[in-house]
Structure formats: C-alpha cells, structure tokens
Design a protein around this ligand. Structure first.
Ligand code: F6P
Length: 321
C-alpha cells in the first residue's frame, strides 16, 4: 500500500480535524502518501482530491468543523455511484481510505471495502449515536457547549422563577440530553429512551410549584420528540402556572474549538485507523471502550444497540423525583 485517502462525511463534529491530522501524520510516518478528499463521498465522485503533507494539517488540531468539508450523499447507496468512486480512486492510485462520520458513513465504507477498497471508519458525530464506541468524536465538545448554554439560561430562568425547556440535538439518541441534563442539574430530562408523557411532566412541575412558588425548573429535551417545542412550552405554561420558555440550541452545538477529550480521541482514533490499514484490514469501525481503542467489523457495529448503564437511568430517576 502506497497511497491512502481520508474523508469526512455527514454532520461535522469538533475533533474531526484532530483525526484528519493524525491520519495524515501517521500515514506519512509509515511512508505512505495521503490524499484528502473534499466533501465526503461526493468528493470521490467528483475527483475532489488533494495531496496532503505534514504542513497541510498544521494548526488544525484546535479548530472546529472539518478542513476537508463534509456532505451527505444518499445516492452513495447505489452500486453505480460506488463503482464510479472506485474507478476514480483507482485512477488516482488511492488504495485504502479512512472515513469519519456516523452510521451512513459506515455503510459507504463497508460497500467500498466489499468491492476491494479497504476502509476504516471512525465515529465522528456530536450525537454519540454509534453503538460500537462509548464515545464519538465531537460529543464531549457539544456536551460542554450545551452545559454552558444551560448554565446561562438558568440565570434568567431563576431570576424570573420560570420554567425553561432546552431542546438539544441527538438524532434519536438521548445521550446529549441525558449527560447535559445531569451535568447542569436539570429538573427534568426527556429523551427517546426516557419519555414521560405530558401529564406526568405537568404533575411533577405542579408538585415543585406547590412546594415553592418562587422556584424555577429546567427541562433538557432531545430533538425530534415534539412536533413543536414552543407548543409544548405553551401547554406546560397553561397547565402548571410556570411561565415557560423554550430554547432550541440548534447548530451552535456543532461548532467551536474541540475539547481536550475530543482532540485526544480524534488523534488516537486517527492513528489507530492507519495502523489497521497497515495490517491489511478493512471494513472495521474504530471505537473506544473505557480507555482502550477497539475495532469492530462494520456489519456487527451497525447491528449493535446502545444500552444505557442502569446507574445512569437511576440518576435520571432521582433527578426527576
Ligand atoms: O450531526 C448530527 C446532527 O447534528 C443531528 O443531531 C441533527 O439532527 C442533524 O445532524 C442535523 O443535520 P443537518 O441539518 O446538517 O442535516
């Protein structure tokens, strides 16, 4: 193997640049040539390739986003599109790839591996919705951004004795809401995994209000659970006596300088991905279990389900009581 490529795909996540840097530097240290592919899988189709050297990745470890840009390309499921990508890779002598992204990115990596181009997939998404790893690159930074925002929202919520609902990302995975809720001392956490019905929420808030008419309440809620979080806030206000405001944190959660944890995670995973390619491996998903890096065959990784530790469920239960 002489030449490898690196791309980022799906939603960007802080720490992706640290992973790109590690792949480039580790590749060069093995004597490989490393090509960056712009705009995810779309760059494979459009031959958007750039040769990278050690300076291409200088000073990016502290930057959010991805210097290689990213895109979502649903058409990459089609065999003809994959074949075009493989033809372009062959034309440029790129024999293997490291791809960084979420589940969709993994499927593309598996398809390419099955057709002869070894791919190693790294989990890069703020959502932490990849079951083959304890943590994804970007999750820790997004979590800290959310906590910072909730701390600020708490100040005004407290001053007015209101209820604030903070909607966070997660894409059907409650980890961001769960961890942010715990870390910011929220009274209520609502996620796809723990979703009390509206009446339970109302009853609980009424109980709090009855105990102390001056108190405030913070609710951290995962996205995609309510058709309109503002309508939900209205319902809470009408039924509890709490003046209630909803804040949708949105894309602020995806930006910003990566945390120390995400820089280290991205760096470790990037270097490990190159080690795996050098061992002739492909179709593997890199993850971290505890402090140990692991590789799981992508088909197995895609079938895995995330399970919350019972102790975490207990914390939520205690908070909500
Ligand atoms: O990156 C993951 C994620 O932020 C999800 O939490 C969110 O639902 C989605 O991406 C939004 O992505 P976009 O608007 O970029 O398609």
């Amino acid at each position: 193997m002489k030449r490898i490529g690196i791309l980022t795909s799906g939603g960007d996540a802080p720490g992706m640049n640290a992973a790109i840097r590690a792949v480039v530097r580790a590749g060069l240290s093995y004597g490989l040539e490393v090509y960056g592919i712009y705009n995810g899988y779309r760059g494979l189709i459009e031959e958007d390739f750039v040769a990278m050297n050690r300076h291409s990745v200088s000073d990016i470890v502290a930057r959010g986003g991805t210097i290689l840009r990213t895109a979502r390309l649903p058409e990459f499921k089609e065999l003809s599109v994959q074949q075009k990508a493989i033809a372009n890779l062959k034309k440029h002598g790129i024999e293997a790839l490291v791809v960084i992204g979420g589940d969709g990115t993994y499927r593309g990596a598996l398809d390419l591996t099955n057709q002869g181009v070894n791919c190693i997939a790294l989990p890069g998404t703020i959502d932490n919705d990849v079951a083959s790893t304890d943590f994804t690159i970007g999750f820790d930074t997004a979590l800290n951004t959310i906590i910072d925002a909730v701390d600020k929202i708490r100040d005004t919520t407290e001053s007015h004795s209101r209820c604030s609902i903070v909607e966070v990302m997660g894409n059907h995975c409650g980890d961001l809401a769960l961890y942010a809720g715990i870390a910011s001392g929220a009274e209520i956490i609502i996620t796809p995994e723990i979703h009390p019905d509206d009446q339970e929420v109302i009853d609980y808030l009424k109980k709090l209000r009855a105990q102390d008419a001056d108190r405030r309440a913070i609710m951290v809620v995962s996205e995609k659970l309510y058709p309109s979080i503002h309508d939900f806030a209205k319902k809470i206000e009408e039924n509890t006596g709490f003046v209630t405001r909803a804040t949708v944190l949105g894309y602020i959660q995806r930006g910003g300088a990566p945390s120390a944890n995400d820089r280290i995670l991205g760096g470790r995973m990037g270097a490990y991905a190159v080690d795996l390619l050098m061992e002739g491996k492909g179709g593997e998903a890199v993850g971290i279990r505890g402090t140990t890096l692991v590789a799981t065959p992508i088909p197995e990784a895609l079938k895995m389900k995330k399970v919350w530790d019972e102790s975490i469920r207990n914390v939520v239960h205690q908070i909500n009581n």
